[in-house]
Design a protein around this ligand. Structure first.
Ligand code: NAI
Length: 215
């Protein structure tokens, strides 16, 4: 029977990539099993939080044994949908668009970047790895019949809403937006806004606290 996790809170879902990353590291170190207490020491969540999180999906651990690292990694991959394949395009082939296209690990996780789309003639025609930078005017014709699932917005913020509207019309199923713009899309479209600065500002805060403690 296909399990349905729609009722699991997004707060729990947002912790799953962290578990996934940690379990991958443990697998690389040939660690076969781990307790929630040991996981807690590494990940910074309490052991009870970890057990609660994983119980939302049926609980994979065994009392007195802990979690089978490989099994849990595979389960979390499956829950996150990382066993699927997603046709992906990037709009805006500047610094960030090119950096994302250059990062081959997304490919390994099933995010197949098919093309970048640009309006700047100096960038159109480039290849990032083997990914072509195409004219944004050809976006709609290129995407016809290709089942593009994810559109990544890497344009400047002024263009972001227009680009989002175009992606919605294609249609894509999800938008990964890096532009610092408050874009609006229909509820049926998955929208994830990324702000690297949020993480950077936390560094700034923690450095400030460290300095205050020294005073
Ligand atoms: P960039 O200026 O190097 O690249 C933007 C590219 O988008 C340019 O090549 C431009 O020609 C293209 N473009 C603009 N409008 C377009 C359209 N309608 N169709 C196709 N291409 C179009 O800028 P960079 O450094 O790559 O940053 C891209 C965006 O990401 C910016 O909005 C920036 O503020 C944002 N950013 C966000 C971060 C985050 O954490 N969310 C981190 C870094 C940048």
């Amino acid at each position: 029977m296909k399990k349905d996790f729609k009722d699991v809170s997004m707060a729990v879902i947002r912790r799953l990539p962290k578990y996934h990353r940690l379990l991958k590291e443990l697998m690389e170190k040939d660690v076969a099993r781990i307790s929630s207490k040991e996981l807690s020491g590494m990940i910074g969540f309490t052991a009870s939080q970890i057990r609660q999180d994983l119980n939302c999906f049926g609980g994979f651990g065994q009392q007195g044994y802990g979690y089978d690292v490989g099994e849990l990694y595979n389960e979390i991959s499956r829950i996150l949908g990382l066993t699927s394949h997603y046709n992906t395009i990037i709009i805006g082939a500047g610094n960030l668009g090119q950096a994302i296209a250059n990062y081959s690990n997304f490919e390994k996780k099933g995010f197949h970047i098919m093309a970048l789309f640009e309006k700047n003639p100096r960038l159109i025609g480039l290849q990032i790895r083997d990914i072509p930078v195409l004219d944004v005017d050809d976006l709609e014709s290129y995407c016809q019949g290709k089942n593009i699932e994810i559109g990544v917005i890497c344009t400047n913020k002024e263009s972001a809403q227009d680009v989002a509207d175009t992606l919605v019309k294609l249609p894509v199923k999800a938008i990964w937006n890096f532009a610092p713009a408050d874009i609006h899309v229909p509820d049926s479209i998955v929208l994830e806004n990324v702000h690297l600065s949020d993480s950077l500002y936390i560094i700034s805060y923690l450095l400030k606290i460290q300095e205050q403690d020294k005073e």
